[in-house]
Ligand binder design. Structure first.
Ligand code: PEP
Ligand code: MN
Length: 337
């Protein structure tokens, strides 16, 4: 249930409601909004009479959250959540661009790509160091050495970093070297991993699983939020369907649907969503037009020799052109990129 306090509620009135909730065995998640405080109460509502809270001083209204995801739902947090990462903003009217190679391959490779995406206006650099590859014989990533390379290049160029974490043992390195921790599609329902990420304070980029429903994606976010980490950026990256021309089927409708259900920002990944360079720009434009709060795009200066996902990586000049097109689309719908 959610308790919405009056705009004029005093500190004492809010604390009194919190105390009553605790006495009844609820776990409290408090959001101090611009105009009012909202208390999310997670726990067993059986035997609780909502009127008991409705009549308390300073209470505006008491709502039941009917969705299984509580903290991720719009009922709990009616305004869009805006997540700030080193000057880049995800959410509300802000669009943030993440770009870079699928994998960090070397200092030279990453520097060339990082410089090009920065010149095109992206503020966040992606690069995988721990790669979830379908084949154990494919390149598995440079590991911590890769993260160190990315961290020093990003520092020099003033970019923020995004990289995927595959298991709990990688957490310390992630906290040290990465600004946004990515949970990949294959790990969207790795519940021990999600719980661990609930205990930290870094933003999480949570990708939709290969065969996950929107509700399952929001439940995965709920796992992280229930631990106290509310900084989650969702990501539509294409799902498995019967279609085989594209690597995945990019579900553009997931963007407005998720935004109607949840206050969390959602970005799109047209690189994994389509698997082909020639389809990336059209789907990127479509995602922004549909209201995505950002994009994550694979870019490589020499994609023919990339160690992973070269076929879906844009050349730097293609990315640069795309950024200009996206500016126009963003402006048309009243957003800033
Ligand atoms: C990636 O971002 O390179 C990646 C492996 O993504 P996904 O988990 O969406 O497949
Ligand atoms: Mn990739």
């Amino acid at each position: 249930m959610v308790i919405v306090m009056d705009e004029t509620a005093t500190k004492g009135q809010i604390e009194a409601v919190e105390l009553r909730l605790k006495e009844k065995g609820f776990q409290i998640h408090r959001v101090d909004g611009v105009t009012r405080t909202i208390l999310g109460a997670i726990g067993d509502k059986r035997g609780i009479d909502l009127r008991e809270f409705e009549v308390m001083e300073g209470v505006h209204e008491v709502l039941r959250i009917t969705q299984p995801y509580k903290l991720a739902s719009r009922t709990f947090h009616p305004d869009d959540s805006v997540i700030q990462v080193k000057g880049a903003l995800f959410g509300g009217d802000h669009i943030a661009m993440i770009a870079g190679p699928c994998s960090i391959e070397s200092e030279k490779q990453l520097y060339a790509i990082a410089q090009s995406i920065k010149n095109s206006g992206a503020r966040l650099l992606r690069g995988g160091a721990f790669k979830p590859r379908t084949s154990p014989y494919s390149f598995q990533g440079l590991g911590i050495d890769g993260l160190k390379i990315m961290n020093s290049i990003a520092d020099e160029l003033g970019l923020a970093t995004v990289s995927e974490m595959m298991e709990i043992g990688q957490l310390d390195a992630m906290i040290e070297y990465v600004d946004i921790i990515q949970v990949g599609a294959r790990n969207m329902q790795n519940f021990p991993l999600l719980k661990e990420l609930g205990n930290i304070k870094k933003p999480i980029l949570l990708k939709r699983g290969l065969a996950a429903t929107i509700e399952e994606l929001l439940m995965a976010a709920e796992y992280i939020m229930s631990g106290g980490n509310y900084q989650i950026i969702l990501c539509e990256r294409g799902i498995r369907t019967f279609e085989t021309y594209t690597r995945n089927t990019m579900d553009i409708s997931a963007i407005p649907v998720t935004q109607s259900l949840s206050h969390l920002p959602i970005i799109a990944d047209p690189s994994h969503g389509t698997g082909r360079r020639d389809h990336v720009a059209p789907m990127a434009r479509a995602a922004i037009a549909a209201g995505a709060n950002g994009l994550i795009i694979e870019v490589h200066h020499d994609p023919d020799h990339a160690l992973s996902d070269g076929a879906q990586s844009l050349y730097p000049n293609q990315f640069s052109r795309l950024m200009q097109e996206l500016q126009t689309i963003a402006w048309t719908i009243g957003k800033t990129l």
